[in-house]
Design a protein around this ligand. Structure first.
Ligand SMILES: CC(C)(COP(=O)(O)OP(=O)(O)OC[C@H]1O[C@@H](n2cnc3c(N)ncnc32)[C@H](O)[C@@H]1OP(=O)(O)O)[C@@H](O)C(=O)NCCC(=O)NCCS
Length: 217
């Protein structure tokens, strides 16, 4: 992989690994994609039931699913690193990603790609594949920027990234990134709960003011 920007230029994106308890939010995120985006993400015009089936079949034990949350705990971006089932091409994995339109151009797609590559490398994977439509300039740019080789075959393109061998450093980096993201998520959960509490208090106060006004009338 080729590093492109220096660390100071790169936006800090807390990317966390998602588990079973995020399945509902992953579905919500994917269902929010427009028809065109679903076509780019899945390679066909996935309908709601097909997305529901895809989410239902996500295997959180085998694969890695990564996400970027905002302060309201909405999933802005989701990436799926599909790792091989036992016995199937043990050194290959496939990457897929989606970012909500309002959060595009902030580097989330590229950061998720890097995070997935790091995780794949640490899992002993040598090649990461990306299947994209040839018109998908953003996805192909992400792959090329990271050093992937792209084979174009008419309307479809296959990109593959050769991953470096895992080292002690890559394992530590992944662990630290995950811890930072988990911490960031917990803060967001607490902030959301606190804001909910404040809104409740505000409602009670408004109710109290309305009652005292009624009593005074
Ligand atoms: C593809 C997608 C994930 C990109 O997400 P993103 O967060 O906007 O991407 P980034 O901000 O990381 O941008 C990555 C690169 O693509 C470039 N880019 C972004 N949109 C572009 C566009 N429409 N055309 C050309 N290049 C584009 C950026 O400039 C950046 O390159 P740079 O770092 O050299 O400047 C997003 O557009 C998306 O969700 N599309 C629908 C689903 C999809 O296509 N998934 C991929 C198939 S698996």
């Amino acid at each position: 992989m080729q590093p492109r920007r220096s660390d100071t230029e790169r936006p800090l994106v807390p990317i966390r690994s998602l588990g079973e308890n995020h399945r509902g939010r992953i579905e919500e995120h994917l269902l929010s994609l427009t028809g065109d985006d679903r076509y780019l993400r899945f390679g066909y015009s996935a309908q709601d039931p097909q997305i529901a089936k895809y989410v239902e079949q996500l295997d959180f034990d085998r694969d890695e699913i990564f996400g970027v949350y905002n302060r309201r705990l909405q999933l802005l971006a989701v990436a799926h690193l599909a790792l091989p089932a036992q016995g199937d091409f043990p050194s290959c994995a496939e990457f897929g990603v989606s970012v909500v339109p309002s959060a595009r151009g902030r580097g989330y797609g590229a950061r998720l790609f890097e995070r997935a590559a790091l995780s794949a490398s640490n899992a002993g994977i040598e090649l990461m594949f990306i299947h994209a439509l040839s018109e998908n300039s953003a996805m192909l740019k992400i792959a090329r920027n990271a050093g992937a080789t792209v084979h174009r075959d008419g309307g479809e393109s296959e990109a593959f990234l050769q991953l470096p061998r895992a080292t002690f450093d890559t394992h530590v980096t992944e662990m630290l990134e995950e811890q930072v993201a988990q911490f960031d998520y917990q803060i967001k959960v607490q902030a959301k709960q606190f804001l909910g509490l404040l809104a409740g208090l505000q409602d009670m106060r408004r109710g109290g003011v309305a009652n005292s006004k009624r009593d005074a009338d």
